[in-house]
Design a protein around this ligand. Structure first.
Ligand code: ADP
Ligand code: MG
Length: 461
């Protein structure tokens, strides 16, 4: 199955053919990275020529190496700070640093990683020695203002997940940093989509940039996408059933809202399923330690909000469960992109209730995806306590916080009655065993219940 229009037809290349320095090729080989991904094949030669670049490809397609490898090639040890990488989140900054350190294992240079929420001083020390800095815009700006960061010799700027930085309101900080740099610096902007704001960055700061896109959103040979249509009152029960019956390794459950994350984690615990909740409100050290425990295999289940979806380097995930869907259709591809990476297989399972239909429809309108419906299995009804974990004893139930409080407590032993005869959408939407929403036909059951455009073309905005 092809997700993009050109993805698979293009020439395969290894890193030697891309004229990468042997020290880096050696390090990559040790990491099992021999053949370049599409975005790498397309970006690396352009970056090596010193041309500004906009690189668009989805999460998991290897963007870090796409900019990281040619960037490392340009660094001269001992000559001060030469490259700046800006990333939207602390976790991402840390990951990029780690990746660069691995790729450059046989080269001599130092990386400073700077992000907020921790003291400045150690970062100041790192900055005095580093040739490369990776950081989040706010903290980078802090250092710039304190004159603990000198970008006057920086020849390469990378804006990783530029679209996310825009979404998170960092655009002005990014601009200040760019303005502080020499005029002839090379700018490399990476992300999953191009927005009007990114276009502004392009016009204001970039010099005749080339845009490259890798169309492969997900490796569909490896990543199987499924969904269940389930009454919202049974969603949690179905989730528990799937967690207990799916043959899974490490998994992430994504929820659109932070409060749902906490509630799901808490209720899973009551069902004897241990997980860690991760979302934007957790302290920096807590988030890092959860990701680290996960990567070390100490825990095998994370319940996460959308914030945690992007760019995070989490390996060997067998299952993604979408407990509900975010407003932003992009988030879906980012989330499912957490699995089936680096040649491994993965499964993405979305639990759809009526309130998710519209979001789902938008996702399918926007991306060429093949998602197959699975018939509802028999499953045990378990209770769902929708009071907030942090409500300090107030057992606030249903209806106070509309997005998250949609669980009717499960009703132990209740039947499928919740579907009711009146829910005609369920009849048209679900039921058709094994039907799939491919990129062509086969979506009739869905479109019959929801207006949607006929063509499954991808928007490029
Ligand atoms: P993105 O930034 O596009 O989301 P990453 O740079 O985080 O993707 O890469 C995702 C994973 O793929 C990482 O584990 C990375 O080490 C791995 N990877 C990158 N390039 C290759 C490659 N050419 N071959 C195999 N694995 C790769
Ligand atoms: Mg990335």
């Amino acid at each position: 199955m092809l997700t993009g229009f050109c993805g698979f037809q293009e020439k395969k290349m290894n890193f030697e053919e891309l004229n990468i320095r042997p020290e880096i090729v050696k390090a990559l080989t040790e990491l099992g990275i021999t053949e370049a991904t599409q975005i790498q094949v397309k970006s690396i030669p352009i970056i090596k020529e010193g041309i500004d670049l906009i690189g668009i490809s989805k999460t998991g397609s290897g963007k870090t190496a796409a900019f990281g490898i040619p960037l490392l090639e340009k660094i001269i040890p001992g000559k001060g700070l030469q490259a700046v990488v800006l990333a939207p989140t602390r976790e991402l900054a840390v990951q990029i640093s780690h990746e660069l350190a691995k790729f450059g294992k046989y080269l001599k240079y130092r990386i400073a990683t700077v992000y907020g929420g921790v003291s400045l001083e150690p970062q100041v020390q790192e900055l005095t020695r580093a040739e490369i800095m990776v950081g989040t815009p706010g903290r980078v700006l802090d250092h710039l203002n304190r004159r603990t960061l000198d970008v006057t010799k920086v020849h390469t700027f990378v804006l990783d997940e530029a679209d996310k930085m825009v979404d998170m309101g960092f655009i002005e900080d990014v601009e200040v940093v760019l303005k502080a740099a020499p005029r002839d610096r090379q700018i490399l902007l990476f992300g999953a989509t191009i927005s009007t704001e990114i276009d502004k960055l392009r016009q204001r700061y970039m010099h005749e940039p080339q845009t490259v896109e890798a169309e492969q959103y997900v490796e569909e040979d490896l990543l199987k996408q499924y969904y269940y249509t389930v009454d919202y009152r049974q969603k949690f029960s179905l989730l528990v059933h799937l967690l207990k019956t799916e043959h899974r390794g490490r998994a992430i459950i994504f929820c659109s809202a932070r409060s749902t994350v906490d509630m799901v984690a808490k209720n899973l615990h009551k069902q004897g399923i241990d997980s860690e909740a991760i979302h934007g409100k957790l302290s920096q050290s807590k988030r890092l330690s959860i990701i680290s425990d996960f990567n070390k295999g100490k825990i095998d289940l994370i319940v996460a909000s959308s914030v945690a979806a992007r760019g995070l380097h989490i390996d060997d995930i067998t299952h993604i469960f979408n407990y509900d869907l975010s407003q932003d259709p992009q988030e879906y591809v980012h989330k499912i992109g957490r699995t089936a990476r680096a040649g491994k297989e993965g499964k993405a399972i979305t639990l759809l209730s009526e309130r998710d239909f519209q979001q789902f429809s938008q996702i399918l309108n926007r991306y060429r995806l093949k998602v197959e419906e699975l018939p509802l299995p028999e499953f045990v009804r378990v209770p769902f306590d929708a009071s907030r974990p942090d409500s300090g004893g107030f057992n606030r139930r249903f209806g106070h916080h509309s997005r998250d409080s949609h669980h009717g407590g499960g009703g132990r032993g209740s039947s499928h009655g919740g579907y009711g005869g009146g829910d005609s959408r369920r009849d048209s939407y679900g039921g058709s065993r094994g039907s799939s929403y491919g990129s062509s036909e086969g979506r009739s059951s869905y479109s019959s219940s929801r207006p949607r455009s006929r063509e499954m073309t991808r928007r490029k905005d």
